[in-house]
Design a protein around this ligand. Structure first.
Ligand code: 9GP
Length: 811
């Protein structure tokens, strides 16, 4: 496509679809026309992909995920279509500023954090590897909330990403699927003596599919992401409306459409919980129906399901799909129970993303039975069959039966979704080597004893397209020049950079790129948040969801202890290594302690940033509303990546991978994928500290007392006392009392136990940073040795170990 044809397509779009011309167009008109022009170049490929895959009856990977944290679309689409320069030149030829137009896009934030971003990386890699795949999810009207700070405290604003429409989606209301809820089940016996269940639901909702293009990189293949939006089946009840009760007439509509209103509604209230279960069933029911219709609903076709589709369950959120498929097969298509169960178990696989017991979902039997009565019956039957088999294999072990049952009896009768997922799947995987081991040895140990072959590991990965090629053009060009461009599709090629770590000139150029990225980020931060940071400081970065196990508190105590020592005259502030500690974190709206920690970080930042004694040598920068767009600017600028969760708590982490790939050095514990990062980049190029997982376990079972660490470590005591003294709250000693007393008397995540070791690692890091050339060498080695963390490699592992779905390249 030439610049001229791009420009004329763009103008035509503007006129014909937006009804404006260049003179009258708003920024949104221009952005939309630009997006449409780019999309046009992918549509033929998309249609061709669908046709080819259908003609070959190819096995499809159906990724079921309640979250996709996509990030901005325009640049990625341009990269995939190879039209970046054309689009830029075309806009310039029309007197338009491409970057300004691109900044109009509001990123679809349809995920909370790592899990949703992983799903987005995976669909990118599936498309790049030519694997027939479809991502199924929910088109939330409001994605993750927009975070603001009011007096340093988090406030949540709705995310109106669809306010001006999205040019990237293709709605297909004609392909809507009806999803039913509630009601009751009747049973009869068939002529052959089989139980026949008839579910009479009490309400229903329409699931409207919206397709998003997922173009592969360096291939013609374009896959789909299909997100479902809820719509009332009858927009209002005409009879009620005519009778004048307008409110009642629209109530049903609002009720139904609530389902796809908000990502993860607050689930601390019973109403919120129910809505979340509705969301889960809503999208999996629509997705299964959609998939089955593609395969065919005759008995013969249904029997081929295992050869035609594999469903990957992204965490427990979509696990209700297992009883749903059983219901479809048994109740709707009259497949015998045992055969249906064989089919079901062979098409599902489950990825577990956590080690925190509270993150493994359980649904009260009462709630699930009320919302999905037939599914509850099916779950009971699956459980009965499973327990009968278990009793045969492990007689006289009723404790084991109780532990493994899908139904927990205490403290509330509830369905353990992780057990249902494990029993109903062919393979269960963790997301990093350590995590998969802990899953086998602890979280699901009874199941791994019973079925050792069922458990496997697939270490997470990230897409190099978005997180290196697009986010870090400076580094990308340097790599291209050194080793060619093949790395973008085969990240293991980065290994070829290794010898260049010994090349002083290359190191200097690498350093220049990092510095330029820091300058670029400083500008972004100034414009976006009015925060000033100096590119001459170490950029010490901790960005991730705010959770106690991730230990933002540990990072903060490090800062406070430095400050405390300056206040006490322990050392001369001019000897401090210049450092900006950058935080980015959202707290779940109902997670009060996390919100307290955010307030404390901001309070500490406010005090130290304005203290002339520090002369700007130690600063905290905490931009609100950390999102994918900001990550793409921040990660390439980072010097230090903080991955400091308590060992045994972070399943994997994926930020850690993005930082290493962009040449930041990690300071971290032996947790999640840090273990593999350190192994690969080399222990000299990683700052390790902290207890190991077995040590954590030992300390906790011996009776951990955090106060002992407070008593025995003066630097730690100084930091905690300074917070407690009201130094960061205008003398108000009660302001952060909860945080302080929690650290002293509970400290579930052993912040105090790891403090000393963390401070030591930080001072090793500072000495290392002082030798900039040696630091650059380590940074180059981090890049060169992190190719393993490509999501392309993760997807290949899924294909080899779990999915066995061949690639279908387009001609
Ligand atoms: O907490 C994990 C994180 O460690 C991991 O990188 C990510 C993707 O696998 O999943 C997160 N888990 C969840 O968000 C909920 O289980």
């Amino acid at each position: 496509m030439t610049v001229e044809t791009f420009s004329s397509d763009f103008i035509a779009r503007l006129r014909h679809s937006r009804g404006v011309d260049l003179e009258t167009a708003s920024q949104n008109d221009l952005y939309s026309a630009l997006a449409w022009t780019v999309r046009k170049n992918l549509i033929d490929r998309w249609l061709e992909t669908k046709k080819t895959q259908a003609a070959q009856k190819a096995k499809v990977v159906a990724y079921l995920s309640a979250e996709y944290l996509l990030g901005a679309q325009l640049n990625n689409m341009l990269l995939a279509s190879g039209l970046e320069q054309t689009a830029r030149d075309a806009m310039a030829s029309l007197g338009l500023d491409f970057d300004k137009l691109a900044s109009v896009e509001v990123e679809p934030g349809l995920g909370n954090g790592g899990l949703g971003r992983l799903a987005a990386c995976f669909v990118d890699s599936l498309a790049t590897l030519d694997i027939p795949a479809i991502g199924y999810g929910i088109r939330y009207q409001h994605g993750i909330f927009r975070q603001t700070f009011v007096d340093g405290r988090q406030a949540e604003q709705p995310d109106n990403w669809l306010e001006l429409g999205s040019p990237w989606e293709l709605p297909h209301p004609e392909a809507s699927v009806t999803v039913r809820f509630g009601g009751s089940v009747a049973h009869a016996t068939s002529a052959t003596g089989e139980d026949v269940a008839t579910w009479t639901p009490s309400w229903e909702v329409e699931a409207v599919p919206y397709n998003y293009l997922v173009p592969g990189y360096g291939t013609a293949n374009v896959n789909s992401l299909r997100l479902w939006s809820a719509r009332a089946t009858q927009s209002f009840d005409l009879q009620i409306f005519n009778s004048g009760d307008y409110e009642a007439a629209v109530r049903a509509q609002t009720f139904a459409e609530n389902i796809s209103q908000v990502l993860y509604p607050e689930d601390s209230t019973p109403q919120g919980k129910e809505l979340r279960l509705q969301q889960q069933y809503f999208f999996v029911a629509a997705s299964l129906r959609d998939m089955i219709e593609q395969v065919g609903t005759s008995l013969d076709a249904l029997r081929t399901l295992p050869e035609r589709v594999v469903f990957q369950l992204n965490d427990t959120h979509p696990v209700i799909a297992i009883p749903e498929l059983m219901r479809l097969l048994v109740d709707e298509y009259s497949v015998a129970w045992d055969e249906a169960w064989d089919i079901t178990r062979s098409v599902f696989n489950y990825t577990c993303h956590t080690l925190l017991p509270e993150a493994l979902e359980v649904w009260p039997v009462e709630l699930l039975g009320r919302l999905l009565p037939r599914h509850m019956e099916i779950i009971f039957r699956i459980n009965d069959d499973f327990i009968a088999e278990l009793r045969e294999q492990r007689p006289h072990d009723e404790l084991l039966v109780r532990r493994m049952s899908i139904i927990q009896e205490q403290p509330l009768r509830a369905v353990r979704m992780a057990h249902l997922a494990t029993i109903g799947s062919t393979k269960v995987n963790g997301v990093a080597a350590l995590h998969s081991e802990l899953l086998k040895d602890k979280v699901l140990v009874d199941f791994s004893n019973l079925w050792p072959g069922k458990f496997t590991n697939v270490t997470n990965g990230v897409t190099p397209r978005r997180f290196v090629k697009l986010a870090n053009p400076g580094l990308s060009s340097l790599i291209d020049e050194a080793i060619g461009t093949g790395w973008v599709k085969d990240l293991s090629e980065l290994r070829q950079l290794e010898p260049l770590a010994e090349d002083a000139e290359f190191r200097a150029r690498f350093r220049d790129v990092k510095y330029a990225n820091k300058v670029r980020f400083a500008k972004v931060l100034q414009e976006r948040d009015g925060i000033e940071v100096s590119p001459d400081a170490i950029f010490d970065v901790m960005v991730k969801r705010l959770h106690e196990y991730k230990r933002q508190m540990l990072k903060l105590l490090h800062v406070v202890s430095l400050y405390d020592r300056v206040l006490k005259g322990d050392f001369d502030p001019t000897t401090l290594t210049k450092r900006v500690v950058l935080f980015g974190a959202k707290a779940a709206p109902g997670y009060l302690m996390a919100k307290e920690i955010i307030a404390l970080i901001n309070a500490v930042g406010k005090t130290i940033n304005s203290d002339p004694r520090l002369d700007g040598r130690l600063r905290i920068a905490f931009p609100a509303n950390y999102n994918v767009t900001l990550a793409e600017k921040l990660i390439p600028a980072a010097d230090v990546s903080e991955q400091i969760s308590l060992a045994g708590k972070e399943a994997s982490g994926t930020g850690n991978m993005k930082f290493a790939l962009n040449g930041a050095l990690t300071i971290g514990t032996l947790d999640g994928a840090n273990v593999e990062i350190r192994e690969l980049v080399g222990e000299d190029n990683f700052f390790l500290f902290g207890l190991t997982e077995p040590e954590v376990e030992q300390l906790q079972s011996a009776g951990y007392q955090s106060a002992k660490y407070y008593e025995s470590n003066p630097a730690l005591r100084g930091a905690i006392d300074l917070i407690a003294s009201g130094a960061f709250s205008n003398g108000d000693r009660s302001a952060f009392e909860r945080v302080v007393s929690d650290l002293l008397w509970h400290d579930r995540f052993l912040v105090l136990a790891d403090f000393e070791s963390y401070i030591e690692a930080q001072s090793t890091l500072e000495s290392a940073y002082a030798d900039q050339d040696a630091w650059s060498r380590a940074a180059v080695l981090n890049v060169a040795r992190s190719g393993f963390f490509s999501s392309d490699r993760s997807i290949r592992d899924y294909l080899d170990r779990i999915w066995h779905a061949p690639a279908v390249p387009l001609r």
